[in-house]
Design a protein around this ligand. Structure first.
Ligand SMILES: C[S@@+](CC[C@H](N)C(=O)[O-])C[C@H]1O[C@@H](n2cnc3c(N)ncnc32)[C@H](O)[C@@H]1O
Length: 271
């Protein structure tokens, strides 16, 4: 999670900020070109050629622990898939055929780790831009010996558009996306009609999209946008109870402490 961003974005757009090759003062020594490329793209998320969308995140140098940085350097090649503007073959990426669930914006990865461990029969593809979060989840993968999880460190909009085949996902998880609470920043919210429509097209008929937020007006927006997408049907009459497979997240716990509610939404892809 960007501790810096959604509530106080910088005056300059992300692309205009000072480029950084990595998110720490010293560049890592002796990492492979692939890791170096992944670290570099993570640090400033360069626009892909032809990118026209408004980013749902803003990068700034943030704190990263030594352990997270070390995990990035050591484990990135093993568990991450570099972004590329071509379709991903999940069977090759995971080394098996299994239902694939995409998670967008896993933050520090606590929930991702728990769900991947609880559902060993599913493949999980976690997408996150934040260096410390990716380092954190890489450590969890190693510490918990998780085999069914891969990471793409890139803008999820481009990952979904370019790497995910139509009608292919068993599920999509979007838990506590950055709320961008100021009205003038609502355009940065991830769950807008165009992106939801793209996401819905990537879910297999019968698959699901599960979103959660602790911001009431974002919940209202999500319900409206998901309900208006013709490829999706609500599994509930309005909001859903939190299903057992989703443990409470750090953001949720914080939100509850601040007196926010929590809203889950679960929609199915229609045929
Ligand atoms: C508020 S945090 C929530 C993290 C986690 N899901 C949780 O519940 O604790 C939102 C996360 O989404 C990530 N994010 C925002 N826009 C993204 C995008 N377009 N692609 C990938 N990650 C994104 C941010 O970096 C941040 O870590």
């Amino acid at each position: 999670m960007n501790t810096n961003t959604p509530e106080n974005p910088p005056a300059t757009p992300a692309a205009a900020q000072a480029p950084a090759s990595v998110n720490t003062p010293e560049a890592p020594a002796a990492v492979s070109p692939q890791t170096q490329a992944a670290l570099a793209s993570a640090a400033h998320a360069p626009n892909s050629p032809g990118a026209t969308h408004i980013r749902s995140f803003v990068h700034r140098r943030g704190h990263i622990t030594q352990g997270q940085q070390a995990a990035l350097e050591r484990l990135m090649d093993q568990w991450s898939i570099p972004y590329a503007p071509r379709r991903l073959d999940p069977a090759a990426a995971f080394g098996r055929e299994a239902p694939t669930v995409l998670e967008i914006g896993f933050g520090m990865g606590e929930t991702t780790e728990k769900i991947a461990l609880a559902r060993p029969g599913d493949n999980f593809l976690g997408v996150e831009v934040f260096n410390a979060g990716v380092g954190s989840l890489l450590r969890r993968i190693e510490d918990s010996n998780i085999q069914n999880l891969r990471i793409v460190q890139h803008d999820a909009v481009e990952v979904v558009r370019d790497m995910i085949a139509p009608d292919s996902l068993a599920g999509v998880h979007v838990y506590f996306p950055d709320p961008w609470p100021k009205k003038r920043h609502h355009k940065r919210r991830l769950l807008q009609p165009a992106f939801v429509s793209l996401l819905a097209s990537r879910i297999a008929p019968g698959g699901y999209i599960h979103c959660a937020t602790d911001w009431e007006d974002y919940a209202v927006q999500m319900l409206e946008v998901l309900s208006n997408e013709p490829l999706l049907a609500n599994t509930e009459d309005g909001y859903a109870p939190r299903p057992d497979y989703r443990p409470p997240t750090k953001f949720e716990t914080r939100g509850l402490r601040l007196g926010h509610g929590v809203w889950d939404l679960i929609f199915k892809r229609v045929a």
